[in-house]
Write a protein that binds this ligand. Sequence first.
Ligand code: THG
Length: 646
Amino acid sequence: MEKNFLSRIKEKVLIFDGAMGTSIHKYDLSLDDYHGYENCPEILVESRPDVIQEIHESYLKAGCDAVETDTFGGSPVVLAEFDLAARAYELNKKAAQLAREVASSYSTADKPRFVSGSIGPTTKLPSLGHISFADMKDAYYAQVSGLIDGGVDVLQFETGQDLMQAKAAIIAILDYFKKIGRRLPIIAQVTIEAPPLGTMLVGSDISCALTTLSAFPIDVIGINCATGPAEMLDPVHYLTHNTDRFVSVLPNAGLPENVDGQTVYKLTPDALASALKHFALDEGVNIIGGCCGTTPDHLKRVVEVVGEMEPRRRDPQITPAVSSIYTSVALNIDNPPLIVGERTNTNGSRKFKQLLQKEDFDGMVAMARDQEREGAHVLDVCTAYVGRNEVSDMVKLIKRLNTEIQIPLVVDTTEYPVLKSALECISGKPIVNSINLEDGEESMMRKVELITRFGAATVALTIDEEGMARSADRKLEIARRIYKLTTEAGLAPHDLIFDALTFTLSTGNEEDRKLGLETLKAIKSIKEELPGVKTILGVSNISFGFDPAIRQTLNSVFMHYAVEYGLDLAIVNAQKILPLFKIEEEEREYHRRLIFDERDESYDPLFALLDYYKRKSTSGDTMSKRAVAANIEDVLKDRIIDGNRV
Ligand code: THG
C-alpha cells in the first residue's frame, strides 16, 4: 500500500527541499533560456525543463522527502507581469508533471517522495487594496487547478505576507476540491519579518495568523522565508504550543545580507541542520526544509543530522479566538464577558446613524476608535439604513476598519449580500452577527456555508419559524437544533456563539416579568448541554424604556448575573457598564429582585424599583444626578413593546 502524505507525516519528520531561485541562478541562464521572458522562473518548465528537473533531482539525491514545484510565481497575478497570465493553468500543470516524474523515479515503498505544489503570495497585498479578494481568489484557482491536474501530492501556500492572500488561496483550493470531488492536504505558511517588526508585512502577528488560518480545513501551518532559523524561535514556539495541526518551518540560510549590491545568505549547512534539528526534536515541528539561499548541500546536511526522526508529540493548548488583521483575541478571558462595542450600529446609536447619513466615514471610524479605547474587545458594525445601499456602506466602512482599528470585527447584518461583501474585505477572523431559523433551515444554512467558507465565527439567535423564543426551554431547544445543523456542516462548536436574547423588563406586563430570568436560565443550560459553545447577549435590551440612569444600573446588574450563569460575550457600551461594587447595595438589590421577579402579594419589584428612584431623585442625594425623574407613568407610557432590537 503506497504511503500518502498524511500517513507519512505521522511517521517521520518530513524534510522538504531548499531554494529554487538560488539554484536557478547558478545556471547563469540567458534571455533565450527564458524564451525572452526575462527572469520568469515559471517559464523554465517549458523552456529549460532539464534545468528544473536537475534541481529537483539535486534535492532528491540529498535525501529530501519532498520537492516543491517551480510555481512560486505561478498565479496569473504574477504571470501577468510577463504577459503570461492566460497560460497559468498550463504552466502550473507542466511544472507539477515535471516534479512528479522526477519524484516518482526516486520513490520507493520505504521512502516515498512527494511533490508539493508551491503557491506564492503574488506581488499584491489585497488587505491594502492592491487587488480585490475575488480577483485574487480567481487567479489562484487557475494556478491550483493546474497543480492538482498535474499530480501534486499536497498544496503549499507559502511566504504569506497578508492573511487575505492566504484566505484567497485556501478558498480557491477548496473550491477546486469541491469541483473534482476529492481533496489533498493543504499547507499554509506565513512569513514573519525579522525583529523588531516580528509580524507579517501587513502587521499580523503569529497569534493572528494562527487564529485566522485555523478556521480553515488546513493540515499544516508554518512559517518560511524572511529570516534564518534563529529569528524564528519565538513564532515557531508559539505555533508548536498552540496548534494541534502539523507545523512546518522553512527558514532562509540566515538573514539576507547585502554584499556589493548582491543579496547573500551566509548560514552554513551545519548551522541550518542543527537549528532545524532543534525545531524537530525540541519543538515537535513536523516539516523542515529551506527557503532562500539554501542549497542541496544545506539539505544534505539536514538529512544527515535529522535523518528518519519520529515527530515529537506535542501537547498544545487550543484557545478559541477571533482576530483582526493585527492580532488574535481569545474568546475565553479571565474576567468575562468579552466586551462587544455596540455603538457603531445604525440601530443602536443616533450619532452613528447621522454620521452614516452624512457619509462621514472619518467620524464613524473615530467612533470605532473611541470604543476600542474604552475597552471594547471586538466591535459590532451595522450599517442597515432604510433607503441607503447597505452593501456599499458596509464595504466602505469595513475596508477602513479592517486596517484602522486593532480589534476584531463583528459583522451585524441580516442580509446575505451584505455579509458576503463584508467577509471579502476582512483580513482576520470575524464574528458574523447573526444567523437564526426564522426563515427556515435552508436560508440559515446558506449563510452557514458562507461563514465556514470564510473561516468566521458566528452568533446564533434563538429564533425559529415560530419567532423569538421566550422560555428557557424553547431557547435551549432552538439552540440544540442550530448546534446540530451547523456543526454537521463543519462549524466548530467554539465558533458558535448563542444569543438567548433578552427583552425589556420595563413593560410590567404579566407575560414579560420572567423574561430576564428565562434568558439567564437558557444561558446556563446552553453552556451545559452544548459542549464548547459560547454565549452572547445584547445586554441593553433588558432595559429599553427605562430612564437612562436606571438603564445603566440594570444593564450592569443584569450583565453581572448573566456572567454568573455563563455569559461569555456582552454587546454593551463599555463606558457605561458599572462594576457591581460601584453600585450601592440597596440599589443593586432592587435590580436583582426585578431580574429574578421576586414578587409576592405585597411586593412588586418593578414598582418598588421605580419608587426607589423616585424617592432618590426628590431626596437630592448624589444619586439623584444620575437617577433623574423616574416616574412610573412616564416609564410605562414610553415603554418599548417589542423591546428587542435584533
Ligand atoms: N443580539 C445580537 N445583536 C444585537 C442585539 C442583540 N445587535 C443590536 C442590539 N441587539 C445590540 N446593540 C445595541 C446598541 C445600542 C443600544 C442597545 C443595543 C442602546 N442604545 C441607546 C438607546 O437606544 O437608548 C443609545 C442610543 C443613542 O446613543 O442614540 O441601548 O440583542 N446578537
